[in-house]
Every structure is written in structure tokens, then in C-alpha cells.
Write a protein that binds this ligand. Structure first.
Ligand code: GLU
Length: 564
């Protein structure tokens, strides 16, 4: 679609999140498409923070959303100023402020204009009165619409109440005409006048409603194309009515279909609570297993399907339950070790397709090709398995050096203990030795916790593979460990080559040349289990002192292992 506004203004798109939590992956998709459309048309992409819901909005959430966008590489031409990871800045612009809570004077000016023109009016009903009216409409099987009683108030009454400062809302007087939305995805949608009522444009607390603020801001910020989720399609006739009342230009609209979980359920933040609740119930937990959640909160949450824990509470609970929570927010994917370029590629395919069976592409490709005409009407499904496969491919296509750099960045943010534990060379070797096995940047950390655990706190698995490595055969693993320990202790240089040299010499002489006979018991000694990077690298990264301590500790526990 070429842009079809009434004039030839340059393309301006905007992403307008409400800062009430983390950035949902669906929101990231909206932002990405708005960004791509503006880029394609050499236009401007605006980030506007919709923080008029004072009770639910927070600065912290706004910062988190900006951080997530910047991480994804979705930078904005106008909006709050933000320092990017490479030290450059994005944002700024002369149409701010870009936080709605700082624009109240602007909204009030337009509200007063509408009131003066008789297009909007104060209404004094209390929420309870309105609720009663709504209930009786439902009981009588009528559609509820505000009855415009406020318009019948005698002038002196109105003046008196306003002078007293009586709480009221402002409503838009809807014109008696049908409103048609021309949507690039949904086509033509017409709403009849009897389907709409005089909706509220300023709340009792003096803040504009979402509808009012969004219309005023889009117009003043020169937005030409509104691209947003399908859940807003119902709001659009209201917005058009407001645009007409205010005499603004109508932007072009495109409402994108929603994204669901593979089972068809809505992809919501509650999915994380659901997964944790199911696991907690299966484990028969009655009290909170973690300090982050008190028992009363925990038992209320356990009983109430709709209850939600805070993100850090959920994470602590998941660790204690040994489960992975489903990723829903951008921050979840980032923590889980997905690459930003892979996530962008993947979410572009939710509801859009470049055609020609092309699936793997970068942001430049998207910015060259993104258009509304290939947006798909049907809802998309979020296939985590496919995302993981994309991530694996991208990691495996990367050079070792790049992989090390990415793992370091990931650890700097989420695993300071790994950064603190290793010197540069050991960190390098740790990341490098995990490259071939990693599907995510989190994998090296998740599978190699043993590196940062104190030597005397390694917990040994007690399953069959471990017992087989230690107790089976003649000589068994314990015997090999006993024999190898002094050889390792005598090594003058602790390098991968030197360690591998001594292990293979030993294997040739005492284990029919089979390195596994000694590598596996060593692995159990230093990691607690039978999976780790190559044994030479594992020992080299861990360091000579720790390796010997761990071997001796395991030897001391010899009697506690029975044949496997
Ligand atoms: N603040 C709204 C939201 O987060 C923006 C909707 C719109 O794009 O108009 O859903």
C-alpha cells in the first residue's frame, strides 16, 4: 500500500506502549512493523509512552520497554531520549513531550475547545449510578448506551456543580452518523450510530482517556499511519469521531491479527503463572518454597487462576521448582538467551510474510520490503520450537569470537557470577568450548553452573550413568581417579594440550586407549554429572587447584556410591 492520507506528508508511524509492565512480544512486533514501514518510506518512527493510567504506569516499566526496543535494534527517530548500547543516542524531536502524562495542558486545551463548540459536555453520574443503569439495560436485554441525561441539566444546576468542583467526566457528543473505517488489513468496517454512545474523553481524575490522548497526540505528532493490534479495531470508530470533531486529518489504519499460543490460547503474561501453578500443585506445595513470596500470597495465588505473581517472584519459584517458564515478554526471550536479530526475524513472520518462501532475513530486508498488503488476516501461532531452531542456526553460523562476545554480553547482564569468577582467558575458553552445543546464549551458563559452584558444594547425581562411570568395571572409575590425580597434580603447565596429553597417555597405558574410561569419572568429580564440554577444556577452565580438590572430595565419598 502506498500511503493514502489526504496529503503528501512524509510517513510518520508510532509505537505507543502503556508502561504497565514488560514489553510483550506482540507489542515488539507492532513496534518492529511501525519501524520498518517508516524506514521503507524514509519517514519517521515515533515512540510515545502512554502513561495516563497513573495507578498502573511506572517509570521503571517505561525504561524497561525502551531498553528492550533498543536491544532488538528498533530505534526511534522521535521520542524519549535513550542511550543505546553502542553509546549513541536515539529519540528527541520537536513534537514532544513524548510522555503523555506531561501533555495534560495540551489535552485540556483541546477538551475546552470541544466543550466551547458544544461537541463535548460534562456528565456527573457516579460510577455506581452508571453501573445500575448498565445492569438494568442488560436485564431488559437492551444494549446499554449512556442516556445523555447530563445534556438535560438546567444551566444553573450545571454552573453550580462545576463551581463546587463536583467530580465529573467529559463525554464526546457523538454525531448521528455511521462511521466507516478503511483498514488495510480488515477492509471496510462500518459502525452505525446506534452502536456507539457518548464515550468518556476525560476521566474523573482529570486525565484524558486513552481515546482522547491518542487522537490528539497522533494528530499533533503528524502520524500518518496507525499500525496496531486488532484489539484496537473497535476503538477506531471512536477515534475517527474524535478526529472529525477536532478537525484533524485522518491517518491510514492497519490492525494486525493477534498471535496465539500453539494450543490456540491467548499468549498472555498469565501463561507464566499458569505453568508455575501447575508445577507447584503437581509438587504438592502448600507453603511458599521461596523467600520472595510470603505464604499468604502463595496460597491465594495457588487457588486463584487469575492471580499473578511479580516477575522476580515467578522466576524464583520456577528455579525452586526446576521448571522453565514460557517466554512471553521480550525480556523473557532475552533472559532465555535468544539473539535479538533472530527474535526480530521470527516475530516478523507472525502475521506477515515476505513471499517466495523466504524465512530468514535481517532488519534491512524487512525495512526494504515491509508493506501492509502482505499482512495476514488470520491469527498467527507462536511456535517456540521453530524460534529455537532459528536461534540454533544463527548461533552455529556465528564465528567463535562472535559467540564469545555474545555470551559475555549475556552474562554481564544476567550472570555476574560467571563474569566475576573467570579471568578473560578462562571466560573465553568457557564460552568457546560450549559453542557447538548451544542453542541459546543461556545454554553455556545453564549447563555449566558447576564452574562457579564452590568446590565442596558440587552435588553428585546418583543415577545410573554416574554410578556406571564410577563403580562399574575393573579397574573402576574411582580407581582411575586415584591413579590420575597425582599425574594431574604433577603437571607443570595447566593447558588444554598438557591435560589432554596426560589423559591420553594414561588411557593408552591403563584403559585400552579409551579416553572415556577416565574422562567420565573425571567429569563426575568436577561437574557432578556426566555432561560437560570436552574434558581437557573443562579441566583447563576450572583450574588445577579446583580439579584436584573436587577429585579428592569425590574419592572421600566413595563408599556412598553403589554399583550401577
Ligand atoms: N497505549 C495503547 C496500547 O498499549 C496504544 C494503542 C494504539 O496504538 O493506539 O495498547
Amino acid at each position: 500500500m502506498t500511503h493514502n492520507t489526504s496529503d503528501d506528508r512524509p510517513v510518520v508511524t508510532r509505537f505507543a506502549p502503556s508502561p504497565t509492565g514488560h514489553l510483550h512480544v506482540g507489542g515488539a512486533r507492532t513496534a518492529l512493523f511501525c519501524w520498518a514501514y517508516a524506514k521503507r518510506h524514509s519517514g519517521q518512527f515515533i515512540l510515545r509512552i502512554e502513561d495516563t493510567d497513573q495507578a498502573r504506569s511506572s517509570q521503571e516499566s517505561a525504561r524497561g520497554i525502551m531498553d528492550d526496543l533498543a536491544w532488538l535494534g528498533i530505534t526511534w527517530d522521535q521520542g524519549p531520549t535513550c542511550i543505546l548500547p553502542d553509546g549513541s543516542t536515539c529519540g528527541g524531536g520537536d513534537r514532544g513531550p513524548y510522555f503523555q502524562a506531561q501533555r495534560l495542558d495540551i489535552y485540556n486545551t483541546y477538551l475546552q475547545q470541544l466543550i466551547a463548540q458544544g461537541k463535548a459536555y460534562p456528565a456527573f453520574e457516579t460510577p455506581q449510578e452508571l453501573e445500575t443503569q448498565r445492569k438494568s439495560a442488560i436485564a431488559a436485554k437492551r444494549n446499554y448506551r449512556y442516556d445523555r441525561a447530563a445534556l438535560d441539566l438546567p444551566q444553573h444546576q450545571l454552573d453550580q456543580w462545576l463551581a463546587e468542583g463536583r467530580e465529573h467526566v467529559i463525554r464526546l457528543k457523538m454525531p448521528d452518523e455511521a462511521i466507516t473505517v478503511h483498514d488495510a488489513v480488515r477492509g471496510v468496517v462500518t459502525v452505525q450510530p446506534e452502536e456507539m454512545d457518548d464515550f468518556i474523553i476525560r476521566k474523573r481524575d482529570g486525565f484524558p482517556t486513552y481515546h482522547f490522548a491518542v487522537v490528539v497526540d497522533d494528530a499533533l505528532m503528524g502520524v500518518t499511519h496507525v499500525l496496531r493490534g486488532e484489539e484496537h479495531l473497535n476503538n477506531t470508530p471512536k477515534h475517527i469521531a474524535l478526529i472529525r470533531a477536532l478537525g484533524f486529518d485522518e491517518p491510514a489504519y492497519a490492525h494486525m491479527s493477534l498471535t496465539f499460543n500453539p494450543d490456540g490460547s491467548k499468549m498472555s503474561k498469565r501463561d507464566k503463572d499458569k505453568a508455575a501453578r501447575t508445577a507447584a500443585k503437581a509438587a504438592g506445595l502448600a507453603a511458599s518454597p521461596v523467600a520472595e513470596i510470603d505464604d499468604a500470597t502463595f496460597s491465594a495465588w495457588l487457588k486463584d487462576k487469575k492471580a499473578q505473581l511479580e516477575p522476580d517472584q515467578l522466576r524464583a519459584l520456577a528455579v525452586s521448582l526446576g521448571i522453565a517458564l514460557p517466554e512471553v515478554d521480550v525480556d523473557d526471550f532475552r533472559r532465555a538467551g535468544y539473539l535479538p536479530e533472530v527474535l526480530c526475524n521470527f516475530i516478523s513472520l507472525l502475521g506477515w510474510s515476505p513471499g517466495g518462501n523466504v524465512e530468514k532475513f535481517d532488519m534491512g530486508f524487512l525495512a526494504d520490503r515491509f508493506d501492509f498488503d502482505r499482512l495476514i488476516k488470520t491469527p498467527s501461532r507462536f511456535d517456540r520450537g521453530k524460534l529455537l531452531a532459528f536461534n540454533l542456526d544463527a548461533l552455529q553460523a556465528m564465528s567463535d569470537d562472535e559467540f564469545v562476545r555474545r555470551v559475555r554480553e549475556h552474562c554481564e547482564r544476567y550472570h555476574g557470577d560467571f563474569i566475576a569468577h573467570f579471568d578473560d582467558a578462562s571466560f573465553d575458553l568457557f564460552a568457546r568450548s560450549n559453542h557447538a552445543r548451544s542453542k541459546t546464549l543461556e545454554d553455556p551458563v545453564a549447563s555449566c553452573r558447576f564452574f562457579v559452584v564452590p568446590d565442596d558444594e558440587i552435588e553428585y547425581e546418583r543415577g545410573k550413568p554416574v554410578r556406571k562411570a564410577l563403580v562399574n568395571g575393573e579397574p573402576n572409575g574411582f580407581a582411575h581417579l586415584e591413579a590420575i590425580a597425582p599425574l594431574l597434580e604433577a603437571l607443570p603447565r595447566w593447558t588444554v594440550d598438557a591435560i589432554e596429553g596426560v589423559l591420553s597417555e594414561y588411557a593408552d597405558a591403563h584403559a585400552d586407549g579409551k579416553l572415556g574410561k577416565t574422562a567420565q569419572p573425571l567429569r563426575v568429580a568436577v561437574t557432578g554429572g556426566v555432561v560437560s564440554p570436552a574434558i581437557g577444556e573443562t579441566l583447563a577452565i576450572l583450574g588445577q587447584v579446583s580439579v584436584l580438590r573436587r577429585i579428592r572430595r569425590l574419592l572421600a565419598l566413595r563408599e556412598t556410591f553403589t554399583a550401577g
